[in-house]
Design a protein around this ligand. Structure first.
Ligand code: 3PY
Ligand code: MG
Length: 259
């Protein structure tokens, strides 16, 4: 298993830039990695990625020093196992709502003695020929990044218990589901949603966890960075949509102006 640069740099206090990515196309992931992202969140929750896709996308990320993290479909041991076995360096768990749910994710992602992840000669384990299992298990437990997504009223209410878990590295706020869950769909700036976001933010910043935020654009990223978030994650579609819109507006304005 390769050193997890995202985990090391977050532990060192750095602020990192990543993007969600949900296309099962290794060439496109290679292009993104060459673009210089610190990490990509390979999105199996809101996307059709399968473990075999995550294997290819992780390889493409590793070529250029981008950390592959997988957002799994559910906080469920066999799901987390199959996606981590494909070779992702970390796992982002949706809908973590309690201390017990955080610990369940840790149990699924870490090997003994901290957890109860199953062991086999998979890609993450160097197919069993790279290193003895004992060395691999110790390295994997050290390197695997765990990101807990908080995106419900319950999650916000129980955030103290969640940040108490020693093996969670990042608390990531999901503004879309949080606003939906609180009855203010599409309105993350509603006071109720802001109050929940503020609570998660304050308690996370007072803990030893890195704060993660979903950011729609660079201005959003800078605002969250100023609030103390260090795992800044945007989305491929939002970036592309902005670039396409700007390009077409510029081209069509120029056309109009010259005629
Ligand atoms: C959410 O906002 O609900 C997410 O899961 C991440 O942006
Ligand atoms: Mg969500």
């Amino acid at each position: 298993m390769i050193e997890n640069t995202t985990k090391r740099r977050l532990a060192g206090g750095e602020t990192l830039a990543g993007s969600f990515f949900r296309y099962p196309v290794g060439t496109l992931a290679e292009f993104m990695a060459l673009g210089g992202w610190d990490f990509l969140v390979l999105d199996a929750e809101h996307g059709g990625l399968q473990p075999r896709d995550v294997e290819d996308l992780s390889r493409a990320c590793e070529l250029h020093g981008t950390t592959p993290i997988v957002r799994v479909t559910a906080n469920e041991p066999s799901t987390i196992l199959r996606f981590l076995d494909a070779g992702a360096h970390g796992v982002q768990i949706p809908w973590v709502e309690s201390g017990a749910a955080a610990e369940a994710a840790v149990q699924a992602a870490k090997y003994q003695p901290r957890g109860s992840r199953g062991l086999a000669a998979t890609r993450s384990a160097g197919f069993g020929i790279q290193a003895p299992y004992g060395d691999y298990v110790r390295q994997s437990n050290r390197e695997t990044l765990l990101v807990a997504q908080i995106e419900s009223a319950e999650g916000a209410a129980n955030i103290e218990d969640i940040v108490d878990n020693d093996a969670i590295d990042v608390i990531f706020i999901g503004p879309t589901d949080l606003s939906n869950a609180l009855g203010h769909v599409g309105c993350p700036s509603h006071p109720d949603v802001r109050a929940a976001i503020d609570r998660i933010t304050e308690i996370t910043l007072a803990s030893d966890k890195a704060l993660g935020a979903f950011v729609g654009n660079a201005a959003d990223a800078l605002a969250w960075r100023d609030r103390g978030a260090r795992y800044l994650c945007t989305g491929f579609e939002g970036l592309m949509a902005g670039a396409i819109r700007d390009y077409l507006e510029a081209v069509r304005t120029t056309e109009g102006a010259s005629t």
